[in-house]
Write a protein that binds this ligand. Structure first.
Ligand code: CA
Length: 223
């Protein structure tokens, strides 16, 4: 496991890096905020907020923008800091200087355990969007964990829309791809199917783009 220690004070950095290496971690040291932002990807970042070049809070936000790497913020006693601010910055935990080495290692391991919790990455044949889950292997659709029974055409429509959530699919495209290139029936068929899907799933999940078509949209109601 690779740690990135961002600390400009070498009287802290040196024993810290040595100690962490002794614990079995691979450790990179960055002594400025700029160096931290240029460092190789790490499995966890230990970030001192008081840096010579950049505001540590900005470094934290920047790191968070580019990756989900766990970040433990190191603050000096007396820093104006609270949990809410740390969460807003994207930090996972914090320690206050002076901290005990044992305590720090325990925090690192605790954060890593939380991160290592079973990966929520779905397999390739599963598409997920805002509570909607489509298993293309079994052709099953569920919303917020409850299975929803769709007709084959309804299912095909949902799969089509979910292939690119948020993108607008024109009526013509949907009719050609879900029904037939030479479909000559009423396009009302599409509206009837959309209405039925909305009723079965959630009306907010499929948005009508007037005069154009439809798209999958995040629901406003909950989370
Ligand atoms: Ca410092």
């Amino acid at each position: 496991m690779r740690l990135l220690v961002v600390e400009d004070d070498h009287t802290i950095a040196e024993p810290l890096v040595t100690g962490l290496r002794r614990e079995g971690f691979e450790v990179d040291l960055a002594v400025t905020g700029a160096a931290a932002l240029e460092a190789d990807p790490a499995d966890l970042v230990l970030l001192d907020l008081g840096l010579p070049d950049l505001d540590g809070r900005v470094v934290c936000q920047e790191l968070r923008k580019r990756s989900t790497v766990p970040i433990i913020v190191v603050t000096a006693r007396g820093d104006e800091i609270d949990r809410v601010m740390l969460l807003e910055l994207g930090a996972d935990d914090y320690v206050v200087k002076p901290f005990g080495f044992r305590e720090l290692v325990a925090r690192i391991r605790a954060v890593m355990r939380r991160i290592d919790a079973p990966a929520a990455t779905p397999p390739d044949h599963v598409t997920g969007f805002d509570g909607l889950t489509i298993d293309r292997r079994t052709r099953r659709v569920s919303l917020d964990g409850s299975e929803v029974a769709l007709t084959p055409k309804e299912y095909d429509l949902v799969v089509e829309l979910a292939s690119d959530p948020g993108a607008i699919f024109t009526r013509e495209y949907l009719i050609e791809n879900v029904w037939d290139k030479n479909w000559w029936g009423s396009t009302k068929t599409l509206d009837v199917h959309i209405a039925s899907i909305r009723k079965k799933l959630d009306p907010e999940l499929i948005e009508t783009v007037r005069g154009v078509g439809f798209r999958l949209a995040a629901r406003q109601g909950d989370s």
